[in-house]
Structure formats: C-alpha cells, structure tokens
Design a protein around this ligand. Structure first.
Ligand SMILES: [Zn+2]
Length: 282
C-alpha cells in the first residue's frame, strides 16, 4: 500500500508492507526535487517504482542501510538507472547486503545489492545544502540531513515516535540519546521522520523524545539499585513484551531498551549504578 501527501516542496510517500493481508509498520520515503530520501522496503518496491515512473527522479540519498529504508533501491536502480548516495558505512553494506534474520525477511523483504556513492560533509538536494551529520545509536551508519537555511532535518529513524519502547539487541540507546541531543542543539524547525512524518515543531518533539528515555533510564536505575531483575523492572516500567518480541526471538524487545539504557559507557558515572552487574542482564 502507498499513500503520498504534499508538504510544500516535499512529498511524503508512505509505504505499508502487508503481512497476512494486513498493513504493518508504515515507513516513509520522501521526494524533494529529483531526489528520493530513502526507498522503503523490498516488499513495497514495485508500488514505489510505479509511483516514481515519469516523475524525473534522478537519485536516492540514504539516512542508513536498514531494509525498510533501502529495500526499494535495487528495482529503482534497475528500472530507472537512479544514482544511490549514502554515508560510507551504508554504501559498503548496500553493495553486499547481509542476510537478514527470517522475521525481518518476512516483514520487509531482503534488499538486493546496489552500487552506492559514498557521501560525507554535505549533500545538495533541490538547491538546498544539507549537512550530513553522523547520528549513531539506532545503527552505526545512521546520519541526519540538516539544512541550516530552512531548519529542515531528515532524521531517518532517529525519532520514530515520542515514546519508543522497543530496541533491537544491537542498538545502543545511550549513543542514540547523545545523537538526539546533538540534533536538538541545532534547534531545527521541521523534523522529517521516516515513521512519524513531517513534524512542524522539531525541537519540542525531540525534547519530548529525549525526556521519555531519560525518565525510563532514571526509574530503571532506581529499581535496579533495589535489586530488581531486568525482566521485572522492564515489565513495571514498559509493560509486557509485544508479538514482535516473540517472532524475533527476543532480538526486538522492551528488555533490550532498558538493558541498553542501564549499560553505561566506562567513562559515564551513571554506569557505576549497575557496574559489574551487567552480565546478569544477558
Ligand atoms: Zn532503521
């Protein structure tokens, strides 16, 4: 399923893969000038390609490599000869995409390999100069694209929603919080998110997003200091796990979020609260 909506010069292309006939996990690509920002997943690639036909699109620019952001590339490159630009780490993955775990292949589909041009510093889109800002945490290769002139920022999966409850096991919630704070410091005006859409008050949204995880981290530390287990305190703070936790065999869970928020960096004084006890969490 595909839904397109205009926001001034920007078009949001909302893509909804289906599972057992029902739409799941909406993700958005964007069109600005002749450039697509991300390309959705492999399962929605044919719909996106049909929509792109005749629109004079020349290239795809990526925020990160995940399969719900780069899965449309192969078909678009094959059909229209689009150029792909991506952060260097992303470009390396796109050229030889790793085999996804089965639940990710079932929901989003396996991306095909594409040649990508490595971009760094800044990228020009529709006459605007976007700074390419490294924002790791959700993924090591994740970047935001920020135009200081208009205050627009494409945030990929940095924001997602005001209250994110689930994390993949490999994600780093503390790095993610640092990245959120770094983008907030820029005082962007409009936040363009791959899941939440176009948000006009970017700073308020980012502040709320940061405050939610900081609050979860603080309460988790208090409960942990009282000797509560990770499972027990996660249930108290965030409720029971959802169906994605079970079909992903725990790769995608609330427990992962709390564990990652509690696990401090060695130079982080907060880490001493759980220092030496991390093993008990695994
Ligand atoms: Zn992602």
């Amino acid at each position: 399923m595909l839904r397109a909506s205009r926001h001034g010069p920007l078009t949001r292309i909302e893509l909804l893969p289906t599972l057992l006939g029902r739409p799941v996990f909406s993700v958005s690509a964007y069109l600005l000038g002749d450039t697509l920002i991300d390309s959705g997943c492999q399962k929605t690639a044919a719909e996106l390609a049909a929509w792109c036909d005749g629109r004079g699109i020349a290239r795809i620019v990526h925020t990160h490599h995940h399969e719900d952001h780069a899965g449309g590339d192969r078909l678009l490159v094959t059909r229209f000869g689009l150029e792909v630009s991506a952060p260097p780490l992303t470009a390396a993955i796109l050229e030889d995409f790793y085999r996804l775990p089965i639940y990710r292949r079932v929901v989003w589909g396996q991306p095909g390999n594409v040649r990508a041009r490595a971009m760094a510093g800044a990228v020009e889109i529709d006459g605007r100069r976007f700074d390419v800002i490294s924002t790791p945490g959700h993924a090591a290769d994740h970047v935001c694209l920020y135009d200081p002139g208009s205050g627009w920022v494409f945030t990929g999966d940095l924001f997602i929603s005001p209250e994110v409850l689930y994390l993949r096991r490999v994600e780093d919630a503390r790095k993610h919080l640092d990245s959120l704070r770094r983008i907030l410091e820029l005082q962007p005006r409009v936040l363009i998110c791959s899941h939440a859409g176009v948000i006009q008050d970017a700073s308020a949204a980012l502040s709320r997003r940061i405050a939610h995880w900081e609050s979860v981290a603080e309460r988790a530390k208090l409960l942990r200091a009282r000797g509560r287990s990770l499972g027990s305190l996660t249930r108290e703070l965030l409720g029971r796990e959802g169906w994605m936790t079970w079909i992903s065999l725990g790769e995608f869970s609330k427990r992962n979020l709390v564990r990652s928020l509690l696990r401090g960096r060695p130079d982080d004084p907060c880490a001493t609260v759980v220092g030496g006890r991390d093993d008990a969490f695994v």
